[in-house]
Design a protein around this ligand. Structure first.
Ligand SMILES: [Zn+2]
Length: 532
């Protein structure tokens, strides 16, 4: 097994082009500069020959409409060149004064540090995250430069460092931008009853660039069992593709599916309100287990009404979630809603994953706000690539009754099992694929049960890491109110199951308990709720 080489003194992916006479800076905007932003981390199962990697370039201060032509590139895997690389070029994102080169440099360095287990300090995180949201907004404005690497099937299971250098020609000037990338070649960690999925993606049924067949192929190559496609309701409604479970969209999902990777039809709807006849968007919600797009109009419902429409769409199976609560543009605005089942803590091109970062912070406060309703509705942890053309490595693991029930069920049955797990909050998530979970007195994540004050609670803490490295684990009570148990600086090996137990005296009243993992990977579990 080849080990990932530690990237010491990371090459900063930001290049200033000083004294550049051929393409002078515009007055008052300083020297032209450009930076490349890569995915940081990707995962393939062993034997995948073709790797597709997306990179975006942003820059500012260039005179003409910005955009260098990509003229060449080099990719090294653990120092050895990859022979067959092809690419599709794309325009550069124009920062247009929204961020300085120094801030982009700072945000990217902190992101790469976090990727390697060194989180920003809580003091630095707020300003880093503000700048990261602006950078994410710029990145969202351009498609990725897509690199296709071939001949990768021979790589053994393990962790690799890729060094990617992109050569550009801008006018008379050439410049090279570099970016490191970690790749793990391995299956997603699993345990009995746990199934890995991506719960937010877009296909050609709305504004995604990939067909359902391609999405299924990509998910299979990354080791996911479950792909919940969440195309935009407006597109599905206007095309009539999801008028019933026998319409084109669910049928296409069913046709693509196998027990290795199953695609399920979901929906994303924009909720909001109107002021003087003008629509104001208040965020996006996701619908799982729905039987059609009937009543799921886009840009029509208010926040709770939209969630309720999803919840009521298909008997006891349909269930709603909140997408990207702290998105730079499509953030969720109404934090008085009561009836929903999940919330994304990792979504789209997110920069930070720390417990103090935007999405996890919102989730923590939602857990506190909604704790009384935990036996029916709860903000269970979710992730989603929000894939329109490129993937993220995030994994939502759902717990089913057993492995065999998945393999014994037909497509509709497998979807029903997943929907039931989502509604029950039997979820745990990670950035790179690690599987963290806890039980309390044998109760699983998402459970609510009664306990006498002063009685002993027996917690089991479990982690199967996706990557080898140093991990920190914290079993928290409520919204960081206290640390019930922790293990820091644990050197753990990818693919190995680790278990710890602790006995805890229940203090009475109502509380909830959840596991947070940081370091080589980030992970969160849905809480277990205790009532006196
Ligand atoms: Zn989406």
């Amino acid at each position: 097994m080849s080990r990932r080489m530690l990237v010491s003194g990371l090459v900063l992916a930001v290049v200033a082009v000083l004294g550049f006479s051929a393409v002078p800076a515009r007055a008052g905007e300083g020297d032209p500069w450009a930076a490349v932003v890569g995915p940081g981390f990707v995962r393939y199962i062993p034997g995948v020959d073709r790797w597709e990697l997306g990179f975006k370039v942003v820059g500012d201060g260039w005179e003409q409409s910005i955009g260098g032509a990509l003229t060449g590139l080099r990719v090294l895997v653990n120092g050895s060149p990859v022979q067959t690389v092809s690419w599709v070029d794309a325009p550069w994102g124009k920062v247009d004064g929204r961020l300085s080169q120094a801030s982009v440099r700072e945000v990217r360095q902190a992101a790469l540090d976090e990727l390697h287990g060194r989180a920003p300090s809580p003091v630095d995180l707020p300003h880093l995250e503000r700048a990261a949201l602006i950078l994410e907004e710029v990145l969202a404005e351009v498609p990725p430069i897509v690199l296709t690497l071939q001949g990768m099937a021979g790589l053994a299971e393990g962790e690799y460092t890729l060094d990617v250098s992109l050569d550009f020609q801008v006018g008379a000037r050439s410049l090279t931008l570099s970016e490191p990338l970690d790749v793990v070649v391995a299956a997603i960690p699993t345990a009995p009853g746990w199934f890995a999925g991506d719960y937010h993606m877009h296909s050609t049924y709305s504004d995604g660039t990939k067909s359902l067949i391609t999405l299924t192929y990509d998910l299979g190559n990354a080791g996911y069992y479950i792909g919940y496609v969440t195309d935009h309701a407006a597109s599905l409604i206007s095309s009539g593709a999801f008028t019933s479970m026998t319409a084109a969209y669910p049928e296409a999902c069913r046709t693509c599916s196998s027990t290795s990777t199953s695609m399920f039809p979901g929906v994303e709807i924009e909720i909001g309100h109107t002021v003087l006849g003008i629509w104001n968007g208040d965020g996006h919600c996701l619908g799982y287990g729905v039987a059609s797009t009937s009543g799921l109009n886009d840009k029509y419902w208010g926040p709770q009404a939209g969630l309720d429409q999803i919840n009521a769409n298909n008997g006891t199976q349909s269930n709603s979630g909140i997408a990207h609560p702290a998105h730079p543009i499509y953030n969720w605005e109404d934090w008085t809603v009561l009836r929903y089942y999940g919330i994304e803590l990792m979504s789209g091109p997110q920069t930070y994953f720390d417990v103090y970062a935007g999405h996890p912070s919102r989730w923590r406060s939602e857990c506190a706000r909604l704790q009384a309703s935990s036996s029916s509705y709860k903000p269970s942890v979710r992730t989603g690539s929000d894939c329109h053309s490129t993937w993220q490595s995030y994994v939502t693991h759902v717990k089913l009754a057993s492995d065999s029930i998945w393999f014994a069920s037909d497509w509709a049955g497998r979807r029903a099992l997943v929907d039931a797990a989502l509604k029950a909050g039997k979820t745990t998530i990670s950035r790179k694929g690690s599987l963290p979970y806890i039980t309390a007195d044998g109760y699983e994540v998402g459970s609510t049960y009664t306990k006498a004050s002063g009685a002993a609670v027996s917690f089991t803490i479990y982690l199967k890491p996706a990557v080898t490295g140093t991990y920190n684990l914290y079993l928290y009570r409520d919204n960081l109110a206290s640390t019930v148990w922790s293990k820091t600086s644990q050197a753990l090996t990818a693919g190995t199951a680790y278990t710890w137990t602790t006995s805890y005296t229940y203090p009475g009243s109502n509380h909830y308990y959840w596991l947070y993992v940081s370091g080589a990977d980030y992970g969160y579990t849905t809480p277990i709720y205790l009532r006196q």
